[in-house]
Write a protein that binds this ligand. Structure first.
Ligand code: ADP
Ligand code: MG
Length: 686
């Protein structure tokens, strides 16, 4: 409020819009880039379609006023000796034409655009050489909100506020330990604050930005490490030291097939981990179809053998239901009581589940978010399996922990591989197990990209498979913006396919069907009564029909890579060669084509995920990852700054090794408590 240029109203605006309460907070509102008034560009060197605002220096070699009255404009040619630029003013044309002196050299600051092979600049800022000399600077471009715009607080004004704030700045307290600054050659805080808002050049600006990225990631890592050390020292886990009736009976009598050696290995790792007396926190990575569910079941049986209950959480109702069905089919025979709890579980059943959980007669609870509701209380929850966990935020997991006196062991299962440091940063310190082997006898699915002109051939191919007794999926995209359109495209598809394959039976499922009807249709396909299943992406995680050998994905260009990979995982489950045909509209962009070609070139989920991350850029993945973090990152990126993250982590480890309680680092402690929300007991989140 007392800063020059602020006052009570603006102070209020800044607080509401940017959470800025002090000069310190203000200076932490970093620019996202710079307007470069530090250097002069040569017209001859300009290249590219999308150039930033920049400075050029030269003289006006011709000028003409065109049009009349309000429509009058000034069209001029500006030369810097290397090339020419057309410079145009639509406003105040006459006044400006009078002001310009062809004899003197000007510096123009504006955005060059290429127009008919000629460079053009509209309404540049214009200075004499001498004036430009005093303005030589990189001016920060600041992120603004709608409301800031509305109240005329521009990026330029924010920049002036920053300069005023920097002027009065004294005694900034460094947040990073001296030894870290020294060993990483980081810019000290006071200098970095100046350099990020008022850099002398881009190198300085980058060094300042690096420091702030490092700082964010350092505190993030430090926080996670502190609590994971606390956890491993103090947080006792259940000791599962016996393998008993449940496990042994299942293994002897109910195993549907021989475990792969990768499955055996990870089960061993998990068993060993459950027997240390400390809480297990483990990530299980394995491609689609690698058999993670069976690993989950076998290890849950160990929990039961040790007098505990287990819980399996899935991100969607369909996935939870599928787990429920396959697990109860497998383990029902040995007297394991498994129940399903989702948002649509009727009240009476829900009450019954609550009762059984409390009296201990319910062994395994499978469900969606519903299982973390407060009403759900376990008698003795010892083990939690989370499927595709990246959709569960850290805070949601914490609520589950609070349901038990001793924190349960945790297994997070995912088909999405993420770099180890990133996994540890987002999920806390965890151990990783990997299933790197598919069950035997699977032939890689052959994936083809086809366009409308080749449709008939595709149908011929399906026909041949059907004649051989195989089955086929035809998948239509979800059209989220318009439910009617979606139903229509699916309905039309269904009618078309039914007509085309007159001699075969066609079933149909979609997300808005009544569950009973959906089950009936699925069952028709699963039993082989129907030969073709026309569906939306509800089958992404739903069915297991090994006899199905073809999947056609319509409008494949609308799907994400990981989704395509999940879908494709529905075929290739039997011993026969299977096919996945990606149908696309012909006029797709280069990136889309690249994406689809990744699918045709590999069946390895790890590669698909990696390429996906590269192509989609950090944005998408970042969003989901960010939601798992206790703080918002302002400058660092979880995806593109992993190298800095590694270093920050190492430094955090060094610091904690040297000073575990941080007694000698009061500034570090102060920063931690300022940054992290203490209302939540992060110690209980592993
Ligand atoms: P995901 O890892 O994608 O969750 P699932 O657990 O759904 O994979 O398993 C995929 C399919 O492989 C299922 O039909 C399952 O019954 C089968 N499967 C799992 N383990 C084996 C195994 N060791 N041998 C043969 N088939 C297996
Ligand atoms: Mg699975």
């Amino acid at each position: 409020m007392y800063l020059k240029g602020v006052g009570p109203q603006r102070a209020d605006l800044l607080r509401r819009e940017l959470g800025v309460q002090s000069v310190g907070d203000l200076l932490r509102h970093y620019p996202t880039g710079y307007l470069d008034r530090s250097q002069i560009y040569r017209i001859a060197d300009l290249r590219g379609a999308e150039l930033p605002m920049m400075q050029i220096r030269g003289r006006f070699i011709s000028m003409s006023l065109q049009g009349e009255g309000a429509k009058q404009r000034l069209v001029s040619v500006f030369s810097d000796g290397t090339g020419t630029m057309e410079v145009v003013w639509f406003r105040q044309a006459k006044a400006i034409s009078k002001q310009i002196n062809p004899e003197i050299t000007y510096v123009l600051f504006g955005k060059p655009t290429e127009f008919n092979r000629h460079w053009q600049m509209v309404h540049p800022e214009m200075d004499t050489e001498a004036a430009a000399e005093t303005r030589k600077e990189l001016r920060g471009i600041y992120p603004l909100t709608e409301a800031l715009h509305k109240h005329n607080l521009t990026s330029r004004q924010l920049h002036s506020l920053m300069l005023a704030a920097l002027d009065g700045l004294s005694g900034v307290r460094e947040t990073l330990p001296d030894e870290v600054i020294a060993s990483q050659h980081l810019m000290p805080l006071a200098e970095a604050l100046r350099a990020i808002h008022k850099p002398a050049n881009m190198i300085e600006a980058e060094r300042a930005r690096y420091r702030f990225k490092f700082e964010e990631l350092f505190f993030l890592e430090l926080n996670i490490l502190r609590y994971s050390r606390h956890r491993s020292r103090q947080l006792l886990g259940h000791t599962f030291n016996c393998v008993g009736v449940f496990f042994n009976r299942f293994y002897r009598e109910c195993m549907p097939f021989e475990l792969t050696s990768a499955q055996k290995r990870v089960i061993k790792e998990i068993r060993a981990d459950m027997n240390t007396g400390r809480q297990m926190n483990r990530l299980l990575q394995g491609d689609v179809g690698s058999g993670k569910t069976l690993v989950a079941l076998l290890t849950m049986l160990i929990a039961l053998d040790n007098g505990c209950q287990a819980c399996l959480m899935a991100p969607t109702e369909i996935l939870a239901t599928q787990h429920y069905e396959s697990l109860s089919k497998m383990a029902g025979a040995i007297g394991v009581n498994i129940r399903l709890l989702t948002g649509s579980t009727p009240k009476r059943e829900r009450d019954e589940i609550h009762t059984q959980l409390l009296d201990g007669s319910l062994h395994i609870l499978i469900g969606t978010h519903a299982v973390i509701e407060d009403a759900v209380q376990f008698r003795k929850l010892g083990y939690v399996v989370i499927d595709e966990q990246h959709r569960f935020g850290v805070a949601q997991r914490a609520r589950l922990w609070q349901k038990a006196a001793i924190a349960p062991h945790v297994l997070v299962m995912t088909a999405t591989p993420i770099p180890r440091t990133l996994a540890m940063t987002v999920y806390g310190d965890l151990d990783v197990s990997i299933i790197d082997e598919l069950p035997p006898g699977r032939k890689p699915v052959q994936t083809l990209l086809r366009f409308d002109s080749q449709r008939q051939k595709v149908y011929d191919g399906i026909h041949r498979q059907l004649l051989q007794g195989r089955q086929a999926y035809i998948v239509y995209p979800l059209i989220e913006e318009n439910e009617n359109l979606e139903a229509r495209s699916l309905q039309e598809g269904y009618e078309f396919i039914s007509h085309l394959f007159k001699d075969f039976k066609v079933a149909m499922v979609h997300g808005r069907m009544k569950p009973a009807e959906k089950d009936r249709q699925m069952e028709k396909f699963a039993s082989g009564e129907a030969h073709i299943l026309v569906a939306t992406t509800v089958i992404e995680v739903g069915v297991n029909v090994p006899n199905a050998s073809v999947m056609v994905i319509e409008n494949a260009e609308r799907f994400g890579l990981s989704q395509l990979h999940q879908l494709r995982g529905r075929v290739g489950r039997g011993a026969d060669q299977s096919f996945c045909i990606l149908m696309s509209k012909p006029n797709i962009g280069v990136d889309t084509r690249k994406r689809l070609e990744i699918m045709t070139s590999t069946t390895d989920g790890f590669i698909v995920a990696e390429e996906d991350m590269k192509l989609r850029g950090p944005g998408d993945i970042e969003g989901t990852m960010q939601s798992g973090l206790p703080i918002d990152l302002k400058v660092a990126s979880l995806v593109s700054d992993t190298p800095i993250m590694e270093i920050a982590r190492q430094e955090a480890v060094k610091l904690l090794d040297a000073d575990p309680q941080l007694h000698n680092h009061p500034a570090v402690v102060a920063t931690i408590s300022k940054l992290f929300d203490r209302s939540m007991d992060w110690a209980r989140i592993s």
